[in-house]
Design a protein around this ligand. Sequence first.
Ligand SMILES: [Zn+2]
Ligand SMILES: [Zn+2]
Length: 149
Amino acid sequence: MTEQELKETLRDRGLRVTPQRIVIHRALAHLGRHATAEEVLERVEQQLPNASLPTVYAALELFEDLGIARRVAAGGGATLWDPRSRPHHHLVCSSCGRVEDLDVEVDMEGALRAARRHGFSPDGSELVVTGVCERCQTPSHGPDAHQSR
Ligand SMILES: [Zn+2]
Ligand SMILES: [Zn+2]
């Protein structure tokens, strides 16, 4: 989503266009996919000297409500935020913790039907494929060589 679209979305919902919201949105987009709130905060500190982790969380949660960002359901570790709002699946490396997008069409209807049978009211489903990423399978680039967190 562009900055202009963000402004329009905020205005459409009767929300204020604040520098925090704009800068945090830009930071998330620039960080690429799957950033933690801490990484977003580090990135905005220069421009928003008064920003704190709760400020960042509040903005990210707002973006989630607005459908601009998603919380990655990758399990384990810190919550990751994804500026890609369209539902998609993920690959999670159990060795280095890397989370990558997995673009594949999967029919999740069976899972949703089963959820409904449990009396659950589902609003989405995502697939997480766990395993070991390509880099971690290469001895010279083992987990120690690119530990990200
Ligand atoms: Zn890995
Ligand atoms: Zn993703």
